[in-house]
Design a protein around this ligand. Structure first.
Ligand SMILES: Nc1ncnc2c1ncn2[C@@H]1O[C@H](COP(=O)(O)OP(=O)(O)OP(=O)(O)O)[C@@H](O)[C@H]1O
Length: 650
């Protein structure tokens, strides 16, 4: 049962109301006086109860500190190659900040020395200076942003490539446990947040701090009494910022977690749409999606309400400070204690004073998101591959194809042995079929041969070389692995066939397809070998996909071939075709086949019957039938199921 249906049975209760609803959405007095919930609020509580179990634990989605020197230091190492550009951006930022602070002072001069002194040349001079300063400010700002956008984009491109390479180095165990959705979110959203941060926040924050400081210095030096009047609104401002900062943290977290739920559910629903349609689950899915969607909507509305409190609040503080400055300043001007130009400059400063404060508060959030994103990205980058080449690993020389498993023990988790003393010898060119109940350990055996995991005890040897002593690259390049879920990459059929040997000629590609028996259907496609497959490509049947993957394996020409349940999901005609292709593919190679249909492995040189991690029988088809043991039972059961009657051995 899915989590969604499990949670549907829960009854909504006000005591378990989500913190965002309790804190930000509901007015305080409603809780204080126990006012009844409106129908809409009750509905929302019911919805939140349904999705509660799906929300990540607080620790999993740590919002992170707004400032973490360790993370920042590491982030700065990525900026090092672009140091020159960053220094240039900082210089430009300083110039534009100074010009921004100087602007109101120029206006003050234009009024006092031009208008009040009745001097047209002075008025002209200060106006031109102001204009030039504005143009220069625009130009420096523009260049700073362009430089930082370049640096941000480069850093993100570098980091993305590093992550991509790192993901390819991580072992199968890691990929089994880390969902594709989570990886995509690291590669796309976390990296994206970082780009925003580098482009906008680093110099943007510095500029805001710089301008704020400059304005304070300018105001105090112009008239310290009036400056104090302006600062009178600061306590109110600090209170408002703190109020907002505390609440916005959980509000944004709520929107983020709900958005990730929507994305995850969309991903799952689209991937599993066939199953949904075949079980006519659409209505339930619509309902669940509506719940998620509404919950995201509600969280966004909460966040928007907070924004609606804060930003107009800052504007109001600005207006309040302006009123104070105009009132007190005007009174000083009337008493000749202040010039009109200084007053105008002050009014302009007050206006600019609140802009960086607003910016700093707004960036606080980005800062938190960036630190959390960085933490997750670096954690991923720090994940060590479970399997690394030994320091003295040597490349496996070209092999004949002898495979030996010597008393192999293996466990995925401590205390849960999966293989218990497996010994198996395959001569070059032999076909080995692994059979047994589900969970017997067949796939584990082939994973150990390909060294996707290391044995816990014993050894796996290829041509006498312990697989732990050779480089992984040299080992896998001599193995061909064809899995049950055939994966075709975006590109043409020809590209897919030459995936393991990109340098293969067109003739070799066609020859491989012909040998496998795939040429006929490929030739009939409108664009033949140039037909696009993979996502958005032509629709191929399961059997056709398998044939392409066989041609791919044949062209790569490995000495050892591993086939995982390759014939379990196709009809009888296709199975015959595939059987032909397989026979062709396995010719002259050591092959390990896991086939659930025993009829396909009758010709194997050795049939290895596994049970609970041990080999319980071993021999040819005839030998094992004659023994009337485990294999005989498995075979006769399948034979009866497929032919509707009892099996008689002739
Ligand atoms: N990545 C893993 N982590 C932990 N346990 C695993 C992992 N893969 C397999 N197992 C466990 O190891 C045991 C053997 O699994 P294995 O896949 O080798 O069986 P199998 O014989 O190939 O089964 P099937 O025919 O169903 O594919 C099972 O009990 C399985 O639950």
């Amino acid at each position: 049962m899915s989590q969604a249906t499990q949670t549907q049975t829960q009854t909504p209760s006000a005591s378990t109301a989500p913190s965002t609803l309790r804190g930000a959405d509901r007015p305080g007095w409603a809780w204080l006086f126990g006012t009844r919930l409106s129908a809409e609020e009750q509905e929302r509580l019911a919805r939140e109860d349904k999705i509660r179990d799906l929300l990540p634990e607080e620790e999993e989605d740590t919002i992170g500190k707004a400032y973490d020197s360790r993370l920042l230091r590491r982030l700065f190492t990525y900026m090092r190659p672009y140091r020159a550009r960053m220094i240039a951006a900082v210089i430009l930022m300083s110039i534009s900040s100074l010009l921004s602070v100087a602007g109101p002072w120029f206006i003050g001069q234009a009024i006092d020395q031009g208008i009040r002194a009745g001097s047209l040349p002075q008025l002209r001079l200060w106006t031109v200076i102001f204009l030039l300063a504005a143009v220069l400010e625009w130009a420096t700002n523009r260049s700073r942003i362009a430089l930082m956008a370049y640096v941000g984009t480069r850093i993100v491109a570098d980091l993305r490539s590093e992550l991509f390479r790192h993901l390819h180095r991580l072992s199968l165990n890691f990929h089994n446990n880390y969902s594709v959705g989570r990886l995509m979110s690291r590669l796309i959203s976390d990296v994206g947040v970082l780009q925003d941060f580098v482009t906008w926040s680093i110099t943007g924050l510095a500029r805001s701090g710089f301008v704020l400081l400059g304005i304070i210095v300018a105001m105090v030096s112009l008239n310290w009494r009036l400056a104090l009047v302006t600062f009178a609104v600061l306590p109110l401002m600090i209170w408002l910022t703190n109020y907002w900062r505390k609440r916005v943290r959980s509000a944004y977290r709520a929107t983020r977690t709900r958005l990730s739920l929507i994305n995850g559910y969309l991903n799952e629903s689209i991937s599993g749409i066939r199953v949904t349609q075949s079980f006519t689950r659409e209505r339930r899915n619509f309902q669940h999606f509506d719940d998620l969607n509404r919950s995201y909507f509600d969280a966004n509305v909460d966040a928007a309400r907070l924004t609606a409190i804060f930003f107009p609040g800052v504007d109001f503080m600005g207006a309040l400070a302006t009123a104070l400055v105009v009132g007190v300043g005007g009174w000083l001007v009337l008493g000749d204690a202040l010039t009109a130009g200084t007053l105008v400059a002050f009014v302009l400063y007050v206006d600019r004073f609140f802009e960086p404060i607003r910016e700093l508060a707004q960036r606080y959030n980005t800062f938190q998101a960036t630190m959390a994103g960085c933490e997750r990205l670096f954690q991923l980058l720090d994940t060590q591959p479970d399997l690394v080449d030994a320091p003295d690993a040597y490349p496996l020389p070209p092999i004949q194809g002898r495979v030996d498993l010597e008393n192999v023990f293996f466990q995925y988790k401590d205390g849960e042995p999966v293989l218990r003393g497996v010994t198996l010898h395959a001569e070059p060119g032999q076909r080995i079929a692994l059979v047994g109940e589900t969970g017997a350990g067949k796939s584990t055996v082939i994973r150990l041969i390909a060294r996707f995991f290391d044995v816990t005890d014993g050894a796996v040897k290829i041509d006498g070389h312990d697989v732990r002593h050779v480089t992984q690259q040299s080992l896998r390049s001599q193995l061909g692995i064809v899995l049950q879920d055939t994966f075709l990459f975006g590109g043409t059929i020809a590209d897919n066939i030459r995936y393991g040997r990109p340098e293969a000629s067109d003739e070799e590609v066609v020859a491989a397809a012909q040998a496998i028996g795939a040429h006929e259907f490929i030739a009939q496609l409108p664009e033949g070998y140039q037909t696009q497959v993979g996502e958005n490509g032509v629709n191929l049947s399961v059997g056709q996909r398998q044939l392409i993957s066989f041609a791919r394996a044949l062209l790569a020409d490995p000495r050892i071939l591993i086939l995982d349940e390759a014939t379990s999901s196709v009809d009888t005609t296709t199975e015959k075709q595939i059987q032909f292709a397989l026979d062709r593919l396995m010719e002259g190679r050591t092959s390990f086949v896991i086939a659930h249909r025993l009829s396909t492995i009758i010709n194997a040189d050795q049939i290895v019957v596994m049970d609970h991690g041990r080999i319980v029988e071993q021999g040819t088809h005839q030998e094992l039938l004659a023994r009337r043991g485990r294999y005989y039972n498995l075979y006769t059961m399948q034979w009866a199921a497929q032919n509707g009657g009892g099996f008689t051995q002739n």
